[in-house]
Design a protein around this ligand. Structure first.
Ligand SMILES: *Cc1c(COP(=O)(O)O)cnc(C)c1O
Length: 232
């Protein structure tokens, strides 16, 4: 297989997550989402063989191609959960029902598009609201100050099952900044819950910052490089 050593890396990451959760004291369960973007379907199979049940992709077409390539494979028949973690164009929203969870609900036009897809599919779409806590212009997502108003609107939309928030911290930021960003995302999830939404998930933490994210309460960490190596 193309990823020798993956089971060992998964085991080490799981230990680090457990230790970080103990240090943080939030008492949450943490789910590891293996980010297979840029790798072939064999990365998904290797992850499944290593005990991973959740995989993440940031591009719809790449994700759907892998799902189709893996039709009938043990990971598919075993019920692997696909997460769409990246920016989504509204004209590609029709693929949303193929994913267990969409992490990047980041603007009003996408709220409207996802709702329409849910109506057509006859069931709710599971989503996380992406929040831009750091305020970086290069990052998508709602500003924390806009979450209360958004929450009021979303709470009247049964077509969208709002499970929590996702955020990305600035690359290579110092720990103090990381903690402020992750705590800010935690506050946004609390604001969604205050509006009656079942927003218990915090998707935060990538290869460079997942231990701090888990200390700050992450329930979903999205890890690519630390599992599969550098992307080319
Ligand atoms: C690529 C990607 C990740 C994984 O990044 P690594 O640093 O390789 O762990 C996580 N989240 C999103 C949104 C991504 O696009």
């Amino acid at each position: 297989m193309g990823f020798p050593g993956l089971p060992d890396r998964v085991a080490e990451v799981r230990e680090r997550i457990a230790a970080a959760a103990r240090r943080g004291g939030h008492g949450q369960a943490v789910r590891l989402v293996a980010v297979t973007k840029t790798h072939g379907p064999e990365a998904v199979e290797a992850a499944w063989a290593a005990g991973i049940t959740d995989v993440g992709e940031n591009k719809v077409q790449e994700a759907v191609a892998k799902m189709d390539a893996l039709a009938g494979a043990p990971c598919t028949t075993g019920g692997i959960r696909w997460h769409l973690i990246g920016h989504l164009q509204t004209n590609k929203a029709k693929a949303l029902p193929r994913f267990a969870l969409f992490h990047a609900l980041d603007r009003d036009a996408l709220v409207d598009a996802a709702r329409q897809v849910a109506v057509k599919a006859g069931r709710a779409i599971e989503v996380l609201v992406q929040v831009n806590v750091s305020g970086e212009e290069s990052k998508g997502g709602y500003a924390p100050g806009s979450i209360a108003a958004l929450a009021a609107r979303l709470s009247a939309m049964p077509e969208l099952a709002v499970r929590g928030v996702m955020t990305m911290a600035p690359f290579d930021a110092e720990e103090r900044v990381l903690r402020a960003v992750f705590a800010g995302a935690r506050d946004c999830a609390a604001a969604l819950r205050a509006a009656g939404l079942p927003a218990t998930e915090l998707s935060m933490g990538m290869s460079g910052d997942y231990e701090v994210a888990v200390e700050e309460g992450a329930t979903l960490v999205r890890l690519g490089t630390v599992l599969f190596g550098e992307r080319s």
